[in-house]
Design a protein around this ligand. Structure first.
Ligand SMILES: C[S@@+](CC[C@H](N)C(=O)[O-])C[C@H]1O[C@@H](n2cnc3c(N)ncnc32)[C@H](O)[C@@H]1O
Length: 267
């Protein structure tokens, strides 16, 4: 779960690697709990000649992980994850499911949620109301070029490309399953390019409107890229995530269930 733009990651006083990437930080925390419990429990039960009681050990790991998560001031949802991880892992292992199923589930998740792992950008989709609002925001001159950075399954470029045949639309996506879905959905639209690629490798100079629906994590770096590449007169629109410390030229509030906000930055 991403933190909100106004609520940056609170930081870690005990320094579980403030510079490390968040998922590595959480992995380190969980490993610290595992090692601290096992380093006591193994010798204790070993000297007594008894088998390690795994259910209790898993609960103890969960309790220690929760304690470390609280002490190091991780966001609250990590408290839950750390507290439950080891007990649940033990519980699931007791079901004796073939490990191949876990590998398969992991691969399927990676095919869809690659962005969450590599750049803290998960998949969630813009809705039709947002696409309609974007259509209103787009300048109407012919030959306009629009790009969706991290285009998902084409929820934005598909309806816009159908509605505005004079405009050139590009969607860039790097999660295999979503890219494939978008590829088939946009195939046949002459004014829509569906590209496999990394948003950080796209030169934004060639676009009049750049749209992104990402997460709070990449916004500062994305703003640097925008400033370096987007031409004067072009428009950057961010769904839901404002650029920290930069006043938007305008903010469009959409009357949908999630009260979507589009932050517009005129270059
Ligand atoms: C929140 S979704 C938005 C999808 C789409 N733009 C929409 O509004 O419906 C973000 C998308 O960005 C993709 N993504 C994340 N990091 C990326 C990267 N470095 N390069 C290309 N796509 C990326 C994710 O796979 C995901 O599909």
């Amino acid at each position: 779960m991403p933190s909100s733009p106004s609520e940056p990651d609170k930081g870690i006083d005990l320094q579980i690697g403030q510079q490390t990437r968040p998922h590595m930080r959480q992995l380190t925390l969980q490993c610290a709990a595992v090692f601290s419990v096992l380093s006591l429990a193994w010798p204790y039960f070993g000297f007594r000649g008894e088998e390690l009681p795994w259910p209790e050990t898993a609960l103890a790991i969960g309790a220690v992980a929760l304690l470390i998560a609280i002490l190091t001031r991780q966001p609250w949802w990590w408290w839950l994850i750390h507290a439950l991880f080891a007990p649940l892992a033990w519980g699931i292992s007791a079901l004796s499911i073939d490990p191949g199923w876990f590998l398969l589930a992991f691969i399927l998740l990676l095919l869809v949620y690659r962005g969450a792992l590599s750049g803290q950008i998960p998949l969630y989709l813009s809705n039709n109301d947002t696409a309609a609002a974007l259509a209103q925001l787009m300048p109407t001159r012919p030959g306009m070029r629009f790009i969706d950075l991290g285009a998902g399954i084409g929820s934005v470029v598909l309806p816009l490309a159908k509605a505005q045949p004079e405009t050139q639309f590009t969607g860039v996506e790097n999660a295999p399953a979503t890219w494939l879905a978008g590829y088939f959905r946009t195939a046949g639209l002459a004014n829509c390019k569906w590209r496999w690629g990394d948003i950080w490798r796209v030169n934004l100079a060639g676009y009049d409107v750049v749209y992104a629906f990402l997460s709070p994590a990449p916004m500062p770096a994305l703003w640097e890229k925008i400033q370096g590449e987007m031409r004067p007169g072009s428009l950057f629109i961010s769904n839901s995530f404002a650029i920290p410390g930069v006043a938007a030229s305008s903010v469009v509030e959409i009357d949908d269930a999630r009260h979507t906000r589009l932050y517009c930055y005129q270059r």
